[in-house]
Design a protein around this ligand. Sequence first.
Ligand code: BG6
Ligand code: MG
Length: 221
Amino acid sequence: MVIHMIKGVIFDLDGVLVSTDELHYKAWKRLAKEIGISDFKREDNEKQRGVSRMESLQIVLDKGNKSYTEEEKEEFAERKNNYYKEMLKELDGSAVLPGALETVKLLKEKGIMTAVGSASKNAPDILEKIGLLTYMDKISSGLDTTRSKPDPEVFLVAADKLGLPPQDCLVIEDSAAGVQAAKAAGMKALGVGPYYFSLGADYEAENLAVSINWESILNEV
Ligand code: BG6
Ligand code: MG
């Protein structure tokens, strides 16, 4: 019997550790309205989970029928980020999702290394604000990468920073793009969040507050 032990867990940020996914939605909805797209809905926002700022903008623009220059697109993305950052000012520990802090602490007690693997360029700021920065050994974010999930780059950078081979890492994700990225990196994935059952993850849990059999996930037989 071969037991393969996981030594590092890489957490996605938005929608896994913190409820910022709702703030992203509000900021995009405000921008959409301003540029004449009034039917930007939650289901459109679901497609933005895990994908970069510019790709998220494209999902908004696809709802309309106008074309824009690169300069205009840059301005839209910046405007949305300003709305988002305005809302982040209010962010504190109460935005940490149920079970997230407990999970991080439990894993650390077990001697597991922890990292964040997020497309967000705001990741370090957000971790600071919600009080989780000190619990993370390493951070890999949109500031370290050029390719977006489902490309594995953000998780490979995280594993590299942890000094672990990819197969020794487990990813926790709330997006289909993120689960695909984990697989492409050669890592197993635990899917959580409102769509946990449809992400194609190796392990599934509605959120991090439900009972999770960590022993069997960390010591894959
Ligand atoms: C991801 C979110 O974590 O970060 C996406 O799920 C978002 O919705 C992406 O577009 C980029 O975030 P930011 O903060 O760099 O605009
Ligand atoms: Mg996410």
